[in-house]
Design a protein around this ligand. Structure first.
Ligand SMILES: [Zn+2]
Ligand SMILES: [Zn+2]
Length: 171
């Protein structure tokens, strides 16, 4: 995912808008999350002295499973992007280079891949739920619980397999 900044690079304060859609190698799958669409990035790049500010958003679809009930979930996320990208070679001259300055460019092209992939991966929720109040599955029959006692009645009783384990650990 390359952004050509030829038109603004020599022109401090100038900016260009951009929009691109591409499938990124880094956005394939991670844990239970599988990305199901290419990523679309749109925004604006503004030229500063040996630094380009990129501002915009990235969007992608992914598929995963609910942590509680195992149901497949499909989601679309939009992630804000804002990074200052410094010309490589310049960064060491800056006193107090902070984390904002970890992306660099050289020549007339900014490679956005890592910046976009990082922003998306960091914004994935820690817990995947089909709905906030998902009750998970009945431990007895495996059916999805609704908050009411399960039809099978099994979620009320103690699982006999657990009972025998209890005895086992007490010995
Ligand atoms: Zn669920
Ligand atoms: Zn049940």
């Amino acid at each position: 995912m390359e952004l050509d900044i030829t038109s603004i690079i020599k022109n401090i304060g100038a900016s260009i808008g951009f929009e691109m859609t591409e499938r990124l190698e880094d956005l394939d799958s991670i844990g239970t999350v599988t990305f199901t669409s290419p990523v679309t990035v749109k925004g604006k790049a503004t030229s500063f002295n040996a630094m380009i500010e990129v501002e915009g958003e990235a969007q992608i679809d992914f598929k995963t499973v609910c942590d509680r009930c195992g149901e497949t979930i499909e989601r679309h996320i939009t992630v804000p992007i804002r990074e200052n990208i410094v010309e490589s070679g310049e960064e060491r001259q800056d006193a107090g280079t902070d984390e904002e300055d970890r992306f660099t460019y050289s020549g007339h092209v900014i490679i956005l891949d890592r910046m976009v992939a990082d922003a998306i991966l960091l914004s994935l929720p820690m817990q995947q739920l089909c709905s906030e109040d998902c009750k998970g599955l009945c431990p007895s029959c495996g059916k999805k619980l609704t908050g009411l006692p399960c039809d099978c009645g099994g979620d009320q009783a103690i699982d006999p397999r657990l009972e025998s384990l209890k005895g086992f650990f007490n010995q």
